[in-house]
Design a protein around this ligand. Structure first.
Ligand code: C2E
Ligand code: MG
Ligand code: MG
Length: 722
């Protein structure tokens, strides 16, 4: 038993080696000692702990086995340096513990000499710094990650900046939402179109744009398309901030992650208010007479066809009454057009009131109207209505304190008795109307056998035309088409004339209507194309290079072999570039099969021939035609151009046709430009191409070269140059 006091104990230790050993083994620092030849001869307890080996196991072992293979080479070199007197402090390297674990250690090595200066060994101390190293590594990793993240951020930022500039300069309104349909981004165009600033909408649901015009099913279908196909495209009515409802053409796409999860929805849309407005205007123009607001010929034809089908189904009759006012020309001549117009408005309103519900009154020309009376048990049933019509037309009317009176001559045809097609019915009623005029006016006349004679006369006319064609009595006149701004002559239109041996030069409309829809019109149509090609070739020979446009009836275009015939005509003139031939399609409204017409036009286009739509704006569904028929040029009908300087309606129509042409990227030409003012007004509206008496009247081919030499545009048009 130990009975020493602590003081005595210390005194004892002071003089023994034990104290040193005690200190060494209680040190947290691992300590060791190698002999000069590199054999381990001492380690303390801390070192045992760090390496996992016992003193016994390590005794006389070499330094190397503890060191991690990757660090052996360079630590050995340091070790050699020790013999040259160097001291190495804080050397960091990896060791491998007995259990295989890799640890980081921090060591200091130096050679130890005895009092006599003789080197006796190498003293080392070592610390485990694994956890510090791990922290450092962690920090480095984090730093690296931070750098990478910053670079990525920068790249993204650049990308975003680029995207933002695309976004803000885009014409289309762009809206981006996150996957929960919360708006995260909108561009300038969006704000411009909707009136909402980004602050108004960010964080909200696009629902705030809803107009309420679409049914819930509409949105169901929309979302179905987005979720199944990834996108939706269509037209939609939305509401602006100010409450206005407007139409948009919109594409919504879902942006998905690599894993297929929706991250964003992007909608890109264009405001199509203008297109819809033109469409509306044109639909109205196409169906209604702008003075009286009565249905026009086009809508009438449609209603008549419907009514005829109804009659057949119900086994009833209908009557078509063709009305022409008596004495209207005198009113116009005496009191002027304005008074004449007011009279027309008043009379048409009264006549309309004279009809029964379901009947139609249409204005089909200056003072010509057609009434369709439906659901008649027998023809006589229309008589009371006809009497009322006569009475209402003949009722005195006061305009500007002037009392006037006209009357109506009415021709009546019945369906099914008098005709099989709607055209025939109207023609027969028209013929009957002449009977009413001849019989003394202010009365009605039924179509009767006398009209058959008229048909015979018409057939005689066809015979006349047939022989005129054989005798080469038809000639072409040419009317120049120019660019008013640049003064360039862009071509000429070929217009047919009949050089009659007795009656002289006959205008085209006088004989073309006779052969309308008849086989001979096809023959004549081909003759015209041939004549135009010959003319191009002749002019080419004297150095005049002018494209010629030729009028083609819808009836001709609809012939199955049209493209083949055209190809044959072109191949007969190999010296003519087909691009010099242009075809103006007349009466597009009667095209029964738009797809077929469009296909024929495409085939002809492949031959090099170009197309124009003539008399644009007068027909039915102009919008459909401009959209679906591959014509490069739109000709604004001269009836609109004629009155555009006085009549705001006509001006609006001209403007909307120009706008429509622009929207559909077609060129546009105005026909019937009679004065300098017409030209200037058109230039102002952005229509540069023109044709009309104000530039040149149609003339024989021989006069064209001289006209080309002398023509110069009018001074006021020059202002638009440049
Ligand atoms: P369109 O194709 O619209 O031709 C324009 C008509 O307007 C021509 O009448 C022309 O002389 C006339 N015109 C030109 N500038 C003015 C102007 O400033 N003021 C006025 N008031 N009229 C002007 P045209 O030659 O009597 O022909 C009438 C229509 O007959 C043509 O209308 C076209 O539909 C048809 N047509 C003429 N030649 C042919 C042809 O060779 N084949 C076919 N299928 N139809 C033709
Ligand atoms: Mg024409
Ligand atoms: Mg025309």
């Amino acid at each position: 038993m130990n009975n020493k006091t602590p003081e005595q104990e210390i005194e004892c230790l002071k003089n023994s080696k034990e104290l040193e050993l005690l200190l060494l083994n209680n040190s947290d620092e691992a300590l060791y000692f190698y002999s000069m030849d590199g054999k381990l001869i001492f380690i303390n307890a801390a070192f045992e702990k760090i390496t996992g080996y016992t003193t016994k196991e390590l005794y006389e072992s070499n330094f190397i086995p503890f060191v991690h293979p990757d660090d052996q080479e360079w630590t050995m070199r340091l070790w050699e340096g020790l013999y040259k007197g160097k001291i190495f402090e804080d050397v960091e390297y990896r060791i491998i513990k007995k259990n295989g674990e890799i640890r980081w250690s921090l060591s200091t090595w130096k050679i130890v000499s005895n009092y006599d200066g003789v080197q006796i060994g190498i003293q080392g101390k070592q610390q485990d710094i694994t956890s510090r190293k791990q922290n450092e590594k962690e920090k480095d990793k984090r730093a690296d990650e931070l750098i990478l993240a910053n670079e990525e951020k920068e790249r993204l930022l650049q990308k975003l900046k680029r995207a933002a500039s695309v976004l803000s300069s885009a014409q289309e309104s762009i809206m981006i939402t996150d996957s929960t349909a919360t708006i995260t981004e909108v561009n300038d165009a969006f704000s411009y179109i909707t009136g909402y600033s980004p602050d108004d909408v960010l964080g909200k649901n696009p629902r705030i744009l809803q107009s309420g015009r679409q049914s819930p099913e509409f949105y169901v279908e929309m979302w179905d398309a987005i979720l199944t196909k990834g996108h939706w495209h269509g037209e939609i009515w939305n509401r602006r901030k100010n409450g206005d409802i407007y139409p948009e053409r919109m594409t919504i796409s879902a942006v998905k992650s690599d894993a297929g999860l929706v991250q964003q929805y992007i909608s890109v849309s264009t405001d199509i208010t203008d297109i819809k407005t033109y469409q509306g205007q044109l639909e109205h123009i196409a169906h209604f007479d702008s003075l009286t607001n009565l249905p026009n010929r086009v809508l009438l034809a449609d209603r008549l066809r419907q009514a005829m089908m109804q009659c057949q189904r119900r086994n009833l009759s209908l009557s078509v009454a063709f009305l022409d006012l008596d004495g209207f020309k005198q009113v116009n001549d005496l009191h002027g057009h304005n008074v004449g117009d007011e009279l027309l408005v008043a009379v048409s309103q009264r006549m309309k009131d004279a009809l029964r519900e379901g009947d139609t009154l249409a204005r089909i020309g200056g003072d010509e109207f057609i009434a369709v009376m439906i659901d008649l048990e027998k023809p006589e049933d229309s008589e009371p209505v006809l009497e009322r019509l006569l009475k209402s037309a003949a009722y005195p009317i006061t305009v500007n304190d002037i009392e006037m009176q006209v009357s109506a001559s009415i021709g009546v045809a019945f369906y099914p008795q008098d005709g099989v097609t709607s055209d025939q019915l109207m023609r027969r009623a028209d013929q009957a109307m002449y009977g009413a005029k001849q019989a003394g006016k202010n009365r009605y006349h039924h179509f009767d056998i006398a009209q058959d004679n008229a048909v015979k006369i018409q057939l005689e006319n066809i015979d006349n035309i047939r022989s005129a064609l054989d005798r080469s009595e038809f000639v072409m006149h040419f009317q120049p088409k120019v660019n008013m701004r640049t003064s360039e002559v862009i071509g000429v239109e070929a217009l047919i004339r009949w050089q009659h041996p007795v009656r002289g030069l006959i205008a085209s409309l006088e004989f073309l209507s006779t052969i309308e829809g008849h086989a001979i019109s096809l023959e004549m149509g081909e003759w015209v194309i041939g004549a135009a090609l010959r003319q191009i070739s002749q002019w080419q020979n004297i150095g005049v290079n002018l494209p010629i446009s030729v009028n083609i009836s819808a009836y001709q275009l609809q012939q199955k072999n049209f493209a083949t015939r055209l190809a044959a005509l072109l191949s007969a003139h190999p010296d003519v570039n087909p691009h010099c031939l242009e075809l103006e399609i007349l009466e597009t409204s009667v095209l029964s099969d738009i797809s077929q017409a469009s296909a024929t036009m495409k085939t002809c286009h492949e031959l090099g021939v170009r197309f124009a739509l003539d008399d644009f704006g007068t027909g039915y569904s102009s919008l459909t035609h401009i959209k679906r028929l591959p014509a490069y040029l739109i000709k604004i009908d001269q009836s609109f151009v004629h009155d555009m300087l006085e009549d705001v309606d006509d001006l609006a129509i001209v403007e909307s046709v120009i706008g429509l042409a622009k929207t559909f990227k077609r060129e546009v030409i105005a026909e019937g430009v009679e004065t300098i003012e017409h030209g200037a007004a058109l230039l102002q509206l952005g229509c540069e191409l023109a044709q009309g008496y104000g530039i040149a009247r149609p003339m024989p081919a021989a006069d064209i070269p001289e006209w080309l030499d002398t023509w110069k545009p009018h001074d006021p048009w020059q202002a638009f140059k440049g």
